[in-house]
Design a protein around this ligand. Structure first.
Ligand code: HEC
Ligand code: HEC
Length: 254
């Protein structure tokens, strides 16, 4: 990734501070946070990218050593042990959740009960729950954006995806969205080369069938360090239709 893009994102984080100040006055009540509001929608998707990989989404560097709180799973590299998603999952449910790409551990905590909680209390919880993350590793501004994401940005996995990973939506309507908003980049068969996560196939169809939670999180919030459209503004039924169509792409790539 170019350093130019990194500093752009660092700049965006600085801009978000200004947005935050106007969107969330110090006495902000929960009901003042509206995902539909453009400014807050932008902050939420930035929070989703920070949750995915805050080291790629900002200019900050992860600690140089492995996170001692992460289990000794050799296939997970040291930097990835500091990603929120590595422990809490693409569905935010920790140990109770999806078959995580990056490995899981029984101590990892379900974040879903924090949905709709006051972001300020979530900031305190993040600070207090991770003794291994050095206090100065994550700036307060980044924690605030993460807390807003946890409060209002986490999608409800069980409302979208069934137990067999299927998403039942209207594929024809999903195709309309794909052709209008995604195909230029991802190509008609969804096989634009993807960096993705370790072990993944470079195929949107494969990702949507095998890693649906990861696909939904990245579609709603975008991908840190990548020129990817975030479509968190779509209605849940549109997301379901889009995912149903993605699951039908490239069927030979099991
Ligand atoms: C190495 C694994 C690991 C990583 C990385 C990690 N967490 Fe956690 N997190 C945990 C564990 C374990 C707990 C539960 C701690 C406890 O109960 O004392 C927790 C607790 C939390 C809580 C409090 C949950 C509650 O209900 O009290 C929040 C919020 C949270 N994490 C958010 C984050 C965010 C945001 C990130 C990324 C900046 C992150 N976590 C990174 C393992 C991790
Ligand atoms: C401007 C180009 C662009 C558009 C438009 C776009 N994407 Fe992407 N998308 C990307 C890039 C770049 C990546 C990151 C690829 C990588 O990881 O190397 C990506 C990543 C993804 C991923 C994550 C795959 C993984 O590795 O986990 C999914 C899922 C995805 N896009 C779906 C969509 C959908 C659905 C749409 C339409 C609503 C869309 N994208 C629109 C460029 C785009």
């Amino acid at each position: 990734m170019s350093s130019g893009r990194r500093s752009n994102t660092a700049f965006l984080v600085a801009v978000v501070l200004g947005l935050l100040a106007s969107a969330l006055p110090s006495n902000a009540q929960q009901d003042e946070i509206e995902v539909a509001d453009f400014g807050v929608g932008f902050i939420v998707s930035l929070g989703g990218k920070l949750y995915d990989n805050l080291w790629t989404a900002t200019a900050a560097k992860p600690p140089a050593h492995r996170n001692p709180a992460y289990p000794p799973v050799p296939e997970v590299n040291d930097a990835d042990t500091w990603r929120c998603v590595s422990c809490h999952g693409w569905d935010y449910k920790g140990i109770d959740g999806e078959r995580a790409v990056l490995g899981r551990h029984k101590a990892f905590k379900d974040l879903r009960p924090l949905a709709d909680n006051d972001p300020k209390s979530i900031v305190d919880k993040i600070r207090n729950s991770h003794p291994d993350i050095p206090d100065d590793a994550i700036p307060d501004s980044v924690l605030e954006v993460l807390a807003i994401f946890i409060s209002v940005g986490m999608y409800d996995r069980d409302a979208l995806i069934d137990d067999t990973n299927r998403i039942s939506g209207d594929r024809d309507r999903g195709r309309d969205i794909f052709e209008g908003a995604c195909m230029n980049c991802h190509q008609p068969d969804g096989r634009m080369p993807l960096r993705g996560e370790k072990g993944d196939r470079s195929s949107l169809g494969w990702i949507a069938r095998n890693r649906p939670e990861q696909a939904v999180h990245k579609i709603l919030n975008g991908v840190p360090g990548a020129e990817m459209l975030a479509v968190g503004f779509l209605e849940p039924h549109q997301i379901v239709n889009l995912l149903a169509y993605l699951q039908s792409l490239d069927p030979d790539e099991k």
